[in-house]
Each structure stands twice: as C-alpha cells, then as structure tokens.
Ligand binder design. Structure first.
Ligand code: 2P0
Length: 320
C-alpha cells in the first residue's frame, strides 16, 4: 500500500494575487510575491484506501476543492482511492492561507507516495490548480507566481519561482489572530465577484504588475522601506477592490482596525515595520527580528486579539 507524508508552510503575499485570468487552469490575473511562514505548518498524509476520504484536523469533511482537484488529476494519471489526512497548527479557512499549505503538502505527498517523478514545475502547476497561492508554498521562502501570456492557456501557463531562500533576509512575522472562525466569502468566490463587478478591477490588475516589478527591485536590494510601502499599498488596494465589489466584501473587524492603528503608531515612530492583511481579519506584521518583542507587546494590549503567533521565513514543501 502506497503512503507518504509531507509538510508545507502557508505563505503571505506582499504583492497580492486577487483575480483569475483563467479558471480551468487557475491562472492568476496578477503576479504576486510571497514569504512562507516557518512556524505555521500543515502536515498531510495520503494513503491508498477503498474509497476517497478527507480528514482535516480530525474531522471527516466533504471538501469540494480537493474532490475537484482529485477528479482533474485522475483525468491525467491513474490513482487509487485515497485517504487524505491533514493537520494544521493554526486556524484553517480564516485568512491564514491554509489552502496554500494544504494543497502544497497534498501535492508533495501524492507525488512521493506514487513515485510520480514530478519536477518542481509540475508540482507548482498541480498545487496551483488546487489553490493558486499553494504554488508559492511548494517553493516557499521568497516566491513569485507569475501568469504567462497565452491565447490558449494550459496548465503550464504560469511560472512559480523561489527567488531567494529562507536565509536570504532575516525578517520576522507576527500574526494577530482577531477571529478564528471561517470566513464568509471564500477567496475563490470573492475574486470572481471582484472581477465581475468592481469598476476598479482593471486598474487593480495593471497596477499590480507595476507593484510587482518595484517589489522585486526592493527585495533584490533588501530595501525594507520601499518594500514596506509597496506591500502596504498592495494590501490597501486589494481591500478597496473587495469593498468596491458587489456585494461588498469586508474581511476586517474592529480588532483588525485597532491592530492597524497600533502598527501605524510604530511606523510614525520611524520603526521598520509594516502590516498586511489577506482574505480574513488577521493582521500580519513584518519587521526585523529585533523588533518582534515590541510588536508582540503592543499587539498584546489590543483588546480582542485572541492569539499572537510569531514566525520567521520558512522553506518549501517537503516529504518527511
Ligand atoms: C494572496 N490570497 O496572494 C491572496 C491575497 C488571499 C488574499 O491567494 O481561488 O486560496 O484557490 O486560487 O489561493 C487566497 O487565494 O484562491 C489568496 P484560489 P487562494 O495570498
């Protein structure tokens, strides 16, 4: 009986992906840049069984995304029925990129269990079909996910690259959990709403291409200040796009706003720190490691913060 286990870290985008150029192959409309979070992990085991079963954090679930992904994979390769068991050490479906680490670990585990011989391109392409941000968790550390122009997109019409490994730039991330219940709109649905209804959508796509190029330069020069400004701008534009969609998507809560005020005060004191927020109410603060204690201490004073997590930059998905 074939079986394998893999782990992967979620990632946070500093230049965001929001919107798809192609849904069949899950190709983003925007290029994105991310860092993986070493302290947060998803561990996934796949093993042959008599029927497909998905168990996430101890609960048997009917996961439409995983089922569709397996259906597509079985159109390409022969696979037996599988038990998939996945455990994450952080809240799932709450804007902490659990689908990214989940599909990255699943792709790695399947590739290993069935000796598929996938190279990194095949792994990132298949992880992306599950959840586009998962491609960035396959490569980990500092990764880019870039759509490739094509009139007839295929599964390979996207590039995922680890541009620097986890030791390149020693930065810390503090995650303030302000609500750990699952979000109202899944990212997949939310992105489609933005594409179909927001007047700002085309500006978002074109400006993100510019932000991406500027962010790559900032990372190459380890220019924290410029990277902070671009990441802040990308985050605010994405949330403005969400708010301008019909229906409007507001992922923040009042504690999210209080955390933003705390970080803004640190920025006003000229400390090297910035925050980013994804499709959920958690606030992720990025800073040099020697500022971690200050950030933790300030955010701990915000009433409504349920938990604070701290992390460094982590690597890619791997079999264990
Ligand atoms: C990102 N997010 O770049 C952005 C920022 C959320 C906000 O990628 O539809 O779960 O499965 O491809 O990858 C979350 O989107 O969406 C995401 P699908 P995914 O990190």
């Amino acid at each position: 009986m074939s079986s394998a286990t893999a782990i992967a870290h979620p990632n946070i985008a500093l230049v965001k992906y929001w919107g798809k150029a192609n849904t069949e192959y899950n190709i983003p409309a925007t290029p994105s840049l991310s860092i993986a979070l070493s302290a947060l992990t998803t561990e996934t085991t796949v093993s042959e069984n008599d029927s497909d079963q998905v168990v996430i954090n101890g609960l048997l679930v009917a996961d439409k995304k995983i089922n569709l992904w397996l259906e597509r994979l079985r159109q390409e390769i022969e696979l037996p029925s599988l038990t998939i068991t996945s455990e994450s050490n952080f809240p799932v479906s709450a804007g902490l990129a659990s689908s990214a680490s989940g599909f990255a670990a699943l792709t790695e585990a399947i590739s290993s269990a069935f000796d598929l011989g996938w190279d990194i391109k095949q792994k990132t392409d298949w992880a992306r079909r599950g959840s586009a941000s998962a491609a960035r968790s396959v490569t980990g550390a500092w990764s880019t996910l870039v759509p490739l122009a094509s009139d007839h997109p295929t599964i390979d019409s996207c590039d995922t690259t680890q541009i620097h490994d986890e030791s390149y730039w020693d930065l810390a991330v503090v995650v303030a959990i302000t609500d750990d219940t699952p979000k109202l709109f899944s990212s997949t649905i939310g992105m489609e709403l933005s594409r179909a209804t927001s007047d700002y959508y085309s500006s978002w796509v074109s400006s993100t291409h510019r932000d991406f190029t500027s962010a790559l330069n900032a990372v190459a020069q380890k220019d924290f200040q410029t990277l902070a400004e671009i990441a802040d701008f990308s985050c605010r534009k994405m949330h403005a796009l969400m708010l301008s969609s019909i229906p409007a998507m507001m992922y923040w809560n009042s504690t999210t706003l209080d955390c933003i005020q705390v970080i803004k005060k640190l920025i006003a004191q000229k400390l090297p720190v910035f925050f980013t927020i994804d499709a959920g109410p958690q606030v992720k603060t990025i800073c040099p490691p020697d500022l971690t204690d200050t950030v933790l201490e300030r955010l701990a004073q915000v009433s409504g913060v349920k938990k604070l997590l701290q992390s460094k930059i982590g690597g890619g998905a791997r079999s264990i």
